[in-house]
Design a protein around this ligand. Structure first.
Ligand code: NAD
Ligand code: UDP
Length: 325
């Protein structure tokens, strides 16, 4: 057992896979601030060294280049398994590797958790609900997912990872936590990430056309990164009998067209909106029911869309102007 009591409370050694990515880098930072030792494992498929450059000199932070489709032998108390490309553009480039990352990655990280007796959290996704015919989505809804489409490598990979987590819990009594994350945005999204918030902001700042897919009437609910990270940490710290799955996201739903208009307004951009074909199997609507997170984690988002967009726009302005590397 590596847990030590310090002036910060309980100090633990925590593995974050995908720790150099958008969410992972914010999580590493939050865990270090809470006084824990953090081991970040990443193969830099979509993550970058820049995201964690500010942590590299910290004695509590350690970085290992590692692909989770291969076993990892380390001694840790907790594992946050975030490794997986999250943008449809990126996970579609090498769909076989995407499924392997979710499935083999889950098997390897669950095996590690079993060997060292660690608690393990899976970053699952609203995509397990597919194109939902129940609205808003609650955790007891089983979803409407195409098993053979272009998004299936991600959706079914994440569904299989959830299956593995619950089988390890039933079979080995492993301490598991499953978070179903809904669309989250904020600083450190990659400028070429391809997801809607970063795409629209970068296009607006450059004065390029805003690429609106379909007629823009599809909906999403956008959560700011600091809120989401708070939810993940609360879930990890929740009593062992609470496994989830639990939805984490902001229930304020809007159309993608309304998002485009909001970003054009906030950036003062002269960009025009350009309609593009809707990608295959693009979910029509999505909104989390977060009653369970409110009840069991005492968690709900605090950052409104405007506040979150302003902070994200400021980040991209600095990045595009070259003031930030
Ligand atoms: P991201 O692409 O920025 O980060 C993913 C990280 O995983 C990157 O650093 C990447 O290099 C790393 N990675 C990918 N394959 C790997 C492998 N085989 N081995 C080791 N590292 C690997 O995406 P994100 O938005 O930070 O998402 C993090 C996690 O949260 C993902 O599992 C994603 O599915 C989940 N999630 C995110 C959102 C969201 O809106 N951001 C929504 C639902 C679920
Ligand atoms: N989208 C868009 N223009 C873009 C990128 C995305 O209109 O440049 C749409 C996309 O079709 C989807 C929504 O925005 O309906 C959210 O897309 P994203 O890739 O961010 O996430 P996901 O589809 O996985 O929720």
């Amino acid at each position: 057992m590596r847990v030590q009591v310090t002036q910060f409370g309980l100090r633990r050694t925590v593995l974050v896979t995908g720790g150099a990515g958008f969410l992972g880098s914010h999580l590493c930072e939050r865990l270090i601030d809470a006084g824990h030792d953090v081991l970040c494992a990443d193969n830099f498929y979509t993550g970058t060294r820049e995201n964690i450059a500010h942590l590299l000199g910290n004695p509590r932070f350690e970085l290992i280049r590692h692909d989770v489709t291969f076993p990892l032998y380390v001694e840790v108390d907790e594992i946050y398994n975030l490794a997986c490309p999250a943008s449809p553009i990126h996970y579609g480039v090498d769909p076989v590797q995407t499924t392997k990352t979710s499935v083999h990655g889950a098997i390897n990280m669950l095996g590690l958790a079993k060997r060292v007796g660690a608690k393990i959290l899976q970053a699952s996704t609203s995509e397990v609900y597919g194109d939902p015919d129940v609205h808003p989505q609650r955790e007891d809804y089983w979803g409407n997912v195409n098993p053979i489409g272009p998004r299936s490598c991600y959706d079914e990979g994440k569904r299989c990872a959830e299956t593995l987590f619950f089988d390890y819990w039933r079979q080995y009594r492993l301490r598991i936590k499953v978070a179903r994350i809904f669309n989250t945005y904020g600083p450190r999204m990659h400028p070429n990430d391809g997801r809607v918030v970063s795409n629209f902001i970068v296009q607006a700042l450059r004065g390029d056309p805003i690429t609106l897919f379909g007629d823009g009437s599809q909906t999403r609910s956008f959560c700011y990164v600091s809120d989401l990270i708070g939810g993940l940490v609360r879930l990890m710290d929740s009593p062992d009998d609470f496994t989830g799955p639990v939805n984490l996201g902001n229930p304020v739903e809007m159309t993608v067209a309304a998002l485009a208009r909001r970003i054009v307004d906030l950036t003062g951009s002269s960009s025009v909106i350009e309609f593009r074909p809707l990608p295959e199997n693009d979910p029509r609507q999505r909104q989390p029911d977060i009653s369970l997170a409110r009840e069991r984690l005492d968690w709900s988002p605090a950052v409104g869309l405007e506040q979150g967009l302003v902070a994200t726009i400021a980040y991209f302005e600095e990045l595009l102007s070259g003031r930030r590397t």
